[in-house]
Design a binder for this molecule. Structure first.
Ligand SMILES: [Zn+2]
Length: 338
């Protein structure tokens, strides 16, 4: 795809000057609720996922870096091809005008995607903080097209039913993925493409997504799956440091400047902005992932509500278990036709 070349144009930084230090931060994953038996996903040898595709779908530049950058880097290293989809235009988030924010977030989004190893980036550019005014059917149809076109096997996104979510861009995006994932496939009970049949005419086949990772976006959201991201924590730090317009990637240099005005300095912040930014992320923004990891005997971890995959059986839906029951009954009781 020609769009890959945009990676090369991603400018370093893009931060605009302002005095305030952002107030958002990573979710307190300690406050999340582990439900049932929590499964631990550890490093796998080699490239067991070669040929598989995942899509990480978020609303804003800093969502994936906060919630699942380590897991994305891990899956890509283990063979997956990763695609990154951002639904909003991030116009409200940054230190400049709306126009400047759209540009800086876009550039940083490409840079962050490259750091994590994504193969391509798709931006939907819906207006920031106004996504609850967009037709859910439109967002869903765009996702279904991409999931089929890219042959996505696995999705990572917000929990579509996650409570405590006040940002409309987050829950609208989660809900759209939560419905697109099953509509892009063919229902086994009704094996005809009924959703967007015209895709077939364009040579785009239905595709089944077998695995979902819904990240913990807010305190109190449930998880049943913890991913060991200890080997990928430096990539996660780099990804967050690339998020200058929002998410904390410029807070180190801001703090350094603020302290200098007061005649003070922190040795860990070094002597230049980039060193300060990275050191700040490493020192102050990894705590919740470290604390979550410690609960499971890991150095760093990310938490998800997880369905499907090779380690977890597909959640037994009513129709799935009915089909199994019918199959078993046929095996036991069927007789030859005379
Ligand atoms: Zn967000």
């Amino acid at each position: 795809m020609a769009r890959h070349s945009i990676f090369g144009k991603a400018a370093a930084g893009g931060a605009l000057l302002a005095e305030s230090v952002g107030i958002t931060g990573p979710p307190d994953t300690l406050a999340a609720e582990g439900i049932g038996e929590v499964e631990i996903e550890r490093n796998r040898r080699g490239k067991p996922f070669k040929g598989k595709v995942f899509a990480a779908v978020h609303a804003h530049l800093d969502d994936i870096p906060y919630f699942c950058a380590g897991t994305c880097a891990k899956l890509i290293n283990e063979g997956y091809t990763g695609y990154l989809i951002r639904t909003s235009n991030d116009e409200k988030c940054g230190y400049g005008t709306a126009n400047e924010n759209i540009k800086s977030n876009e550039e940083e989004h490409y840079k962050m995607a490259e750091i994590l190893g994504f193969s391509d980036v798709f931006d939907f550019y819906y207006r920031n903080h106004r996504m609850d005014g967009i037709s859910p059917v439109e967002i869903r149809s765009r996702l279904i097209f991409l999931f089929r076109h890219l042959k996505v096997d696995t999705v990572l996104t917000f929990n579509p039913w996650g409570h405590g979510e006040e940002n409309p861009d987050h829950w609208v995006t989660g809900e759209a993925v939560g419905s697109a994932y099953w509509m892009c496939a063919v229902d086994e009970d009704h094996p005809y493409v009924r959703d967007y049949e015209e895709h077939l005419e364009a040579g785009i086949e239905p595709h089944e997504i077998g695995e979902r990772y819904y990240f913990v976006g807010r305190a109190g959201q449930p998880y049943n799956h913890v991913v060991d991201v200890s080997s990928y924590i430096e990539q996660k730090i780099d990804a967050l440091t690339a998020c200058k317009s929002q998410g904390g990637g410029c807070w180190g240099s801001r703090l350094r400047k603020k302290l200098a005005k007061e005649g003070k300095r922190l040795p860990i912040l070094g002597n230049d902005d980039e060193t300060a930014d990275r050191a700040y992320v490493k020192q102050f923004m990894m705590t919740s992932y470290k604390r979550l990891g410690e609960q499971y005997g890991l150095e760093y971890a990310e938490a998800f509500l997880h369905f499907g995959g090779q380690d977890t059986p597909v959640t037994a839906s009513a129709s799935y278990s009915r089909r199994q029951t019918v199959e078993e009954y046929i095996k036991k009781h069927s007789v030859p036709v005379r």
